[in-house]
Design a protein around this ligand. Structure first.
Ligand code: MN
Length: 321
């Protein structure tokens, strides 16, 4: 692959670089509101030809994309310049496959290695890439419109845990952005909340109504049955304090069990993927997952599967083990 030029520039220099020629913007995998907010503001302030999110968007980023009415392009194959925002790792874009465009990188992550980019500006002290973008727009003499302000505020609120991190300079910029957006902080936060799915919410309540629990030492093991959204129900049980949450759904004899567990249970040695693969062998089922979250699929009686899984989790968490 053609080597990167690795030219570090200033914010003003970066702004001038973006003015030089059209470019596309790339978002990292499972893009978050900071990536989307940064891309929207840059795209509308300069001559960006399109925004590309090859690894998809997370739930809040999708809500922000809808609020802003953003369109995304499905490919950037053959483009000459690509601006990468909010990610130091440009290797995830398979640059060779898209013709190795010139890479411009704007980011706030700390990386020990040199930036894999042709031109870059990175500030690991910045709480959000959106904060850097706002500074760059100001350095480049751009005026901010209401939608750009909402996009950048969303990015900053999202990456700072709703302003739990940051410095005085960032708060001053947040203040100017709020002024430009004409909104209050809570109104911007509302834009980040995905619309509630009524059937999912109903499944969560039904699952919680039917939930049963037992203790193993100081651990709470909880289980329930629903007809759909078993993973959301299990996550809600963990949010309510369950150390182990097992939720089965039965679709015409096809049983699916979603398992989730608390960090406390993981620290005590519980691995949901291992427990599920043991149960799979016993019941001729299939399973997959990670330490804290796994899924099992089988034909059979959901109650028998739940009982066996609860017992297997209890055995791992037992204080007398
Ligand atoms: Mn970020």
């Amino acid at each position: 692959m053609r080597p990167f030029r690795r030219e570090k520039t200033t914010l003003k220099g970066f702004s001038a670089e973006l003015e030089l020629a059209p470019f596309y913007i790339a978002l990292h995998e499972h893009a978050d509101p900071d990536a989307v907010g940064s891309a929207y503001a840059v795209s509308s302030a300069y001559r960006a030809s399109g925004i590309w999110a090859p690894g998809g968007l997370d739930r809040r980023a999708k809500a922000l994309v809808n609020t802003l009415g953003m369109g995304l392009v499905s490919s950037v194959s053959g483009v000459e310049r690509l601006l990468v925002v909010d990610t130091p790792d440009t290797s995830q874009f398979s640059l060779e496959d898209i013709g190795r465009p010139e890479i411009l990188l704007l980011d706030h992550h700390f990386v020990s290695s040199e930036a894999d980019a042709d031109v870059f500006y990175t500030d690991p002290a910045a709480p959000a890439c959106s904060d850097i973008v706002f500074e760059m727009l100001e350095a480049g003499g751009k005026t901010i419109d209401g939608k750009q302000a909402i996009a950048l505020l969303a990015g900053i609120l999202s990456d700072t845990g709703r302003l739990r991190r940051g410095d005085a300079g960032m708060l001053l910029r947040v203040s100017r952005l709020l002024d430009a957006s004409g909104m209050r902080i809570e109104e911007v936060l509302e834009r980040l909340e995905p619309a509630r799915d009524l059937s999912e919410q109903t499944a969560i309540f039904k699952g919680l109504e039917r939930m049963r629990h037992r203790n193993e030492g100081t651990f709470f093991l909880c289980w329930s049955e629903v007809s759909s959204y078993e993973s959301s129900v299990a996550s809600s049980m963990v949010a309510a304090g369950a150390d182990v949450a097992l939720v089965a759904s039965d679709r015409k004899g096809q049983v699916r069990v979603a398992g989730r567990c608390s960090q406390r249970a993981v620290s005590a040695g519980l691995n949901m993927a291992t427990v599920f693969s043991g149960i799979s062998m016993e019941f001729g089922a299939s399973s997959g997952g990670h330490t804290g979250a796994a899924v099992l699929e089988a034909t059979g009686d959901p109650e028998a599967l739940l009982n066996a899984t609860v017992a297997a989790c209890a055995a791992v968490l037992s204080p007398t083990r």
